[in-house]
Design a protein around this ligand. Sequence first.
Ligand code: HEC
Length: 293
Amino acid sequence: MLLLMVSAAGYLPAQNPGWIVPDDLKSKICPVKFSPEMVKQGEGIYLKNCQSCHGLPTKQNFAAIKPSPGDLSEPRVGTQKDGELFYRISTGKAPMPEFRNILNEDERWSVISFLRSFHKGYVQPDPGKSSSTAGKRIKLLMTYDTAKKRILVKAVELNKEGVQPAKGVGIVLFVQRYFGNMQIADPKTTSESGYAGFDWPRDLPGDKTGNVIVGARESDPTGSMQEAMVIDTLNIGVPTDKPSLTDTRAMWSTRDKAPVWVILIYTLAVITVWYFIIYIILSVLDIRKIKQA
Ligand code: HEC
């Protein structure tokens, strides 16, 4: 895997040349105080997602690739602001993946809390100040217009004045499929009244009864905001009666649904091997008998 990624890295255009963190995002801070539990969670996430390239903090055993991932316990990282680390982890830079699609905001903060446990002299900024920088709280509502065959997504902003339509919010529409989410159409931006409309693809297959799980998510190109999301099951797909992938006997199915010939060959092989093992043991016993006689 690593070799593949490394060899691909040479050809990939940099996702984010320079990896410059926008000024207003540098000051982003974690909304909660780092706790030992958070550090522990962050360690687990780090071992799964980061260790393959960055090695273990302080051990200098990072992968020998270019550009060098480096050891994240170093002062070069320790002196960066929380917002900078958050931005870098969210957006990635080839070969480092964008983690905003892999880790949610809390998980990204817990990885940072884990890294901070190695940074001498680091003092966490007061989380109480984060509400002012956290930006707006957006909520999404989704409805289906049967006459126009359109999905309408409304974005509302919750603030001190109450609930108001939020304009200019990027919206991504997707449906849930077997292996993750499939995006439908290009992202749209909400209008003055807070609405974004998407024409529904009429040939999209649903389940037996035509149900599709549709979701709308706020799209934030920097991955730095809490992204609002709404998910609903709507009866607007083309009813499709396809057997589930694991319903029939097939190579890719679970063990008890393996193809009969695989089970037969496997059982035969096991029996043959055991036959020889027992045969050899009996022969050895025979040799001892001959010796004694
Ligand atoms: C596929 C390998 C790979 C993985 C996996 C990876 N990174 Fe990276 N990371 C890199 C590389 C390479 C760089 C250096 C990029 C550059 O400087 O151009 C980097 C840079 C960074 C930086 C900036 C360091 C600096 O010097 O400013 C941070 C922070 C970081 N990674 C955090 C993480 C975290 C946290 C994870 C896991 C959630 C992670 N990375 C997973 C390869 C990886």
